[in-house]
Design a protein around this ligand. Sequence first.
Ligand code: ADP
Ligand code: ZN
Length: 731
Amino acid sequence: MNDAALKPQPAAFAEARAGILLPLPLKGPYDYRLSRPLARGTLVVAPLGPREALGAVWCECEGSLDDSKLKSAEVLEGAPRLPAALCDFIDWVAHYTLNPPGVVLALALRARQAFEPETMRTAYVRGRVTPSRTTAARTRVLSAVEDGLARSVSAIAEDANVTPQVVRGLIAAGALVETDLPEFAPLPAPDPDAASPTLSDEQRAAADALTAEIRAHHFSVALLDGITGSGKTETYFEAVAEALRQNRQILILMPEIALTVQFLDRFAERFGCRPAEWHSDLSQKERRRIYRAVLRGEARVVVGARSALFLPFSELGLIVVDEEHEQAYKQEDGVIYHARDMAVVRGRLEQCPVILASATPSLESYVNAASGRYLWLRLSNRHGDAVLPEIRLIDLRQTPPEPGRWISPPLEEALEMALASGEQAMLFLNRRGYAPLTLCGACGHKMVCRNCSAWLVEHRYHRKLACHHCGFEMPTPIQCPECKAEKSLVACGPGVERVAEEFARLYPEARMAIASSDTFHGPAETQAAIRAMAKREIDVLIGTQIMAKGHHFPQLTLVGVVDADLGGSDGDLRASERTFQLLHQVSGRAGRAAKPGIVLIQTRNPDDRVLKALASGDREAFFARECEERKRVHAPPFGRLAALILSSHDGEAVREAGRALARAHPAARGVTVWGPTPAFYQILRGRTRERLLVQADRAVDVQAYLRTWLERVKLPNSVRLAVDVDPVSFF
Ligand code: ADP
Ligand code: ZN
């Protein structure tokens, strides 16, 4: 990443007027008059046409309009202010991703109501009156409120173990009296010394290095590179504890926050309470509560999805990016950014350490660590007596399953043994639903989405076909929509549901569950399956990549990868890296406690270098090969990429726009422009898509290049342009 040439902004302005940034796709800040000079980041309400908008004081006035001609903006009650480093971060992200700054500001103002004055709620404390009638229940209530704390009716009832009616009776009698409490109870404060573990020597060494960075109060990046089960979490918890002792705020980023139950429990064990959470499933009220708590510094530790990067921390002392290699860190809509890279940027602007943790680091981070730019902390042993599992490839050409089945004889045998000895197993297939393709046996017609050029995936339990891109669904038809043949549609290929069906037929007695992001009854069911697996209430878990990450199942000894050849043929430059990471992570679930684990990988390409590297456990050889390959084609991290994606409901307009854009590209040393070409999914959500790709040497300022280019072309209104700097997906 190159340093953007951004104009630094002073933290305070002398004049009672300023450029106000509004959370809207405008070119830049608008000038407004203020009642007094305000610091950068101060939130105001500004008139905008017939409306009013929330905005932030951003810079000195651009124009030279007379004060009398400027509209005035009003400061919010209590003058809440986005911290200066967050304002700089917003400018930086906007510059890097080629978005208007207001659009990025919108990411940081997601909880508008958080700035409204706090409402109070009713609570009760002991009154002067002693009730004439006493019962055991009433006595319990009166002793529960003796501590003098104000509580709601339901909280008192719960503490005293009585019904709310008993509490209300005492209110009526005057024994409890009303008082006001702030709308939200304060968040519990994590205690750095609640339960410190005894670390192994290598964990201790890594933890010491991390705590030294925290104490230094400066920016640095550490790659915590430890094999699966080596205790990366325990190790970076020591850094979290140190940052807490230093009275700093801590942000822990997770790729998929909805699936971090085990993590939250572990955090609570270590620090005595759960951290604050930030993700898209929060209710409005929770959102408002957490945002406010972060802004006021009351939230000390926040665990969040990528959007948590834009929270208004004022005392940030550490950012942890867990499973830093995860593709889920890439935001693919709206402002397209990579949360791992932006975490490093925010760390630099905040002058605080950043920890990237993974067992399979991204090639980018690996290269940065190997070159000494990042601190490289390695954990090469599993915690306790656990050892890494043995990994074996099953050649499906030699020992194929019967036609229409997916579990090969060697895998079946291994499952048999695991079940017979009372151990747990996991079958992994990175494909949701029952079958990825439904085809008419009579005429060959393929069932495709009506909005996308993609196959419809059968979900047999719900008796429907679904598009995984736009959400379109239809009941599975009885006859072919094309040739009208009855019952001619056949399911092709396996999804997790189909493997589960086969498994259930083989082992009707075994307790089995499916874990996939669209399991029958939603994410709660997946979480329940993960909990049940941890508690040994099920024998076999069958699932998608959801189970690959971070989970710790001590009794799991066998992992079967149903189809390792999936995803190898995307034709994108990160396909091998991704396959390696995913299969390695899945394998890492096996044998995490006393019993050794085994991983069986079914493939038709046992000579594939990725699979060979996996089986031999030779990660360094894999990275070395992958680096050579990327160097050869000037791919990241040895070169830069940016994608331009044009889309429109009008196919001809988008193709013409693609050609016009390509013709206008500036010639520059070290830059090659490819395309336009139809995107892999040529049509998504009804929009036809064309792609162009910019490939540049590392020294090239890609943002400047793109700006020059895009200023030359005026696209028709019907065509939308998305800029994806450092793309990770090429669809
Ligand atoms: P990783 O994230 O590297 O895969 P984890 O942090 O999940 O590994 O650790 C694996 C298991 O080992 C967890 O159950 C964790 O609680 C346990 N563990 C790791 N280090 C220690 C330690 N020093 N003391 C006690 N338990 C530990
Ligand atoms: Zn679709």
